[in-house]
Design a protein around this ligand. Structure first.
Ligand code: C2E
Ligand code: MG
Ligand code: MG
Length: 632
């Protein structure tokens, strides 16, 4: 591949470069967003060819915003590996606000590549195609990744070089690069190290009793001491000396009395120890001040330090992790109490912390994943039909949320909904569920499968969300779904938690025409009297009453009472968790209206459910089907 854009230098980020990228990927247009550097004012956008017709940059849309957020998860240190491929723009509800400007330009599909390494994102490349017949191929993706990686290097390199020139990124007192710059430099150097077999050392240095020196000698001397230490560290490391590939060791001020040394291109661990020994030795000599300290009758001061070292190698190139490791090693060195250093030993530390930290870590991972789940397409809905007990027709479909972890295992809502509630992401997830269910319902209507309501489950946090009603109204308008085909399920325990609030929200929902069902009925111990105040359409009898349902048992009389009560209140009664023909027959004999459960169908992906509806297999799936039996 002979593309000059595979090794661009930044001044070339002009239409020619973008034109070349677009051509290589048979795109009709593309744009590159470069996020402003820390402390800098403006982001930059470069564009070429076909562009969406709107005045606000598309990168303000939630999809791009989420993509560009710094990631807090500890990601694999492989470089640019995220590619967001959107072949049919109109199928993505998150892009709905842009649909007009995409349509006006004739844009049909997108390829988006965040320019990110580790958790640092410096921009993103978006490519547009106007021909829907053209799909992005695997080869396109491979090339796009290479291009994005090269763009990342070019932009990051230039930003770091500019930051070195800019006084804003230097510590005023010592003139050393400060943390923001060290962070950028480290990220870029780690990205460049991938696959080279080189070693980089991150060394954090903490001064012993610096506070004491400040307090007893005064801040003027404290400041001067920091300047002297900075100069000595630079001298010891010959900082600024260029290594073979243009890198140099960096000394920076990390925080108050902490310095950081970043040393690239080391041969092996012995080379790291040599540097560390040299730094320690340099503190054997005193720091000499221009004037005597009155209190000490001398002008020189001996300082002790602790050093924590983390080593980046081919399989440990994660910036955050390295800094954490250096910190852990520093704490150990400080505990030794003398001038010393510790090198982080991952095996020893992991062995010591395993078991205690992993449940928290797993939870943290899940929290982060949920926050990004919509953008990362880790979420999907499964659908379970509800069937009229007399006619065998489908009278409703419940949408049930599923989430996929990074091993593509499906996680059930009972495990992640409580976390999403705690972190607050349930509001966003809930909105996504409603929108997706409405889109699906519309699709089924258009396919002629029926206009049964699709039910979504609500969490208590959603009920407390002030924007709930507006959001639902907006989604209904946007998806052009009739309100009566949306049903909301609220569990009995949520409903009675704050009865007044529930009643007012349900009434507002009723006003816009949405149907309401009381889920898991019988588990919330609500007073039956409360039922008559709730504006409801349906009552769903909890699975626990159905599980052991047999003739002449207590459960049978409870279920029969609930069915009668529901009918008294003019409610449609559905039994959940129907798994056997016996349960079904009994429910039919006591005039329950509808049934839902594994006996008919497990919750299924939309496409599988469609096949089931079209073939009718949910009610003649095998010779034991209820309607076949009942007709005899
Ligand atoms: P639910 O609303 O009562 O949903 C019915 C649950 O029973 C589903 O579990 C379904 O898979 C399961 N089920 C259905 N038929 C049978 C059966 O015959 N036998 C047995 N053993 N189970 C059956 P799932 O999908 O794990 O959902 C659990 C709960 O998570 C739901 O209970 C609902 O409260 C909640 N949930 C699901 N999706 C969402 C959502 O989008 N938002 C909120 N807030 N909660 C949700
Ligand atoms: Mg439900
Ligand atoms: Mg239920």
């Amino acid at each position: 591949m002979k593309l000059s854009c595979l090794s661009p230098s930044l001044p070339q980020i002009k239409p020619e470069l973008l034109a070349e990228i677009a051509q290589a990927l048979t795109a009709d247009g593309c744009r590159l967003l470069i996020i402003a550097k820390p402390l800098a004012q403006r982001a930059q956008i470069f564009s070429y060819g076909l562009q969406p017709r709107n005045s606000t940059p598309i990168e303000k849309n939630l999809l791009w915003q989420d993509m560009l957020k710094p990631q807090t998860t500890i990601t694999a240190p492989t470089s640019i590996d995220e590619v967001y491929l959107i072949d049919r723009i109109w199928e993505y509800p998150i892009l709905a606000p842009l649909s007009i400007s995409f349509a006006a330009a004739g844009i049909q599909s997108l390829l988006i590549l965040p320019l990110r390494h580790n958790q640092q994102c410096i921009g993103c490349l978006t490519l547009f195609r106007s021909r829907s017949s053209f799909r992005w191929t695997d080869q396109d993706l491979i090339l796009a990744r290479r291009l994005a990686l090269n763009l990342y290097f070019a932009v990051a390199q230039q930003q770091v070089e500019q930051m070195f020139q800019d006084r804003a990124y230097r510590d005023v007192l010592t003139g050393l690069p400060h943390r923001l710059l060290l962070d950028r430099w480290l990220n870029l150097t780690l990205a460049k190290m991938s696959g080279t077999g080189q070693i980089l050392a991150v060394i954090l240095i903490d001064l012993d009793r610096f506070k004491n020196i400040n307090d007893s000698l005064g801040h003027r001397y404290g400041d001067r001491l920091l300047q002297l230490i900075a100069a000595r560290l630079k001298h010891t490391l010959c900082a600024g000396r260029r290594y073979a590939n243009g890198n140099s060791a960096i000394v920076g001020r990390w925080s108050g009395d902490e310095f950081a040394l970043l040393i690239p291109e080391l041969r092996d661990i012995n080379a790291v120890k040599t540097v560390a020994d040299r730094v320690l030795c340099s503190f054997d000599l005193p720091f000499v001040f221009e004037q005597d300290f009155q209190v000490l009758k001398t002008n020189s001061l001996y300082i002790k330090i602790g050093m924590g070292i983390a080593i980046a190698t081919g399989d440990n190139l994660d910036r955050e992790l390295l800094l954490q490791q250096a910190d852990i090693a520093l704490n150990r060195a400080k505990n030794n109490g003398k001038n010393s250093y510790e090198i982080y030993d991952s095996i020893a530390v992991d062995a010591a912390t395993i078991g205690t930290s992993s449940p928290q870590l797993n939870r943290l991972r899940l929290e982060n994943m949920l926050d990004r789940a919509i953008v990362d397409r880790k979420l999907f809905l499964h659908y379970q039909p509800q069937i009229d007990i007399q006619t065998g027709t489908i009278v409703g479909i419940e949408a049930l949320l599923r989430c996929q972890d990074h091993h593509s295992n499906t996680i059930n809502p009972a495990d992640f909904i409580p976390i999403a509630e705690e972190t607050g992401s349930i509001i966003q997830l809930g909105e996504w569920v409603i929108r997706t269910a409405c889109n699906q319902s519309k699709l089924w209507q258009e396919m002629g499968l029926g206009d049964f309501p699709v039910a979504v489950n609500f969490s208590v946090k959603q009920l407390q969300d002030r924007n709930l009603i507006d959001t639902i109204a907006e989604i209904l308008t946007e998806t052009k779904v009739s309100p009566a085909t949306l049903e909301v399920e609220i569990t009995e325990s949520i409903a009675i938690e704050n009865l007044d609030l529930t009643i007012s929200i349900l009434e507002s929902l009723r006003e816009i025409g949405v149907k309401i069902s009381l889920d898991d009925f019988g588990t919330g111990y609500s007073s039956l009297a409360a039922l008559k105040y709730l504006p409801l359409d349906r009552l769903k009898i909890d699975r626990s009453f159905i599980r052991e349902l047999k003739l002449n048992t207590i459960d049978a009389s409870i279920v029969s009472t609930i069915v009668n009560l529901g009918h008294e209140l003019n409610l449609n009664v559905v039994a959940e968790g129907v798994e056997t023909i016996e349960q079904f027959e009994l429910l039919r004999s006591i005039n329950c209206d509808a049934v839902q459960g594994f006996f008919f169908s497990r919750p299924l992906a939309a496409a599988d459910l469609e096949t089931m509806i079209i073939t009718g297999s949910y009610w003649h799936h095998n010779c034991t089907h209820p309607y076949n039996l009942l007709s005899h």
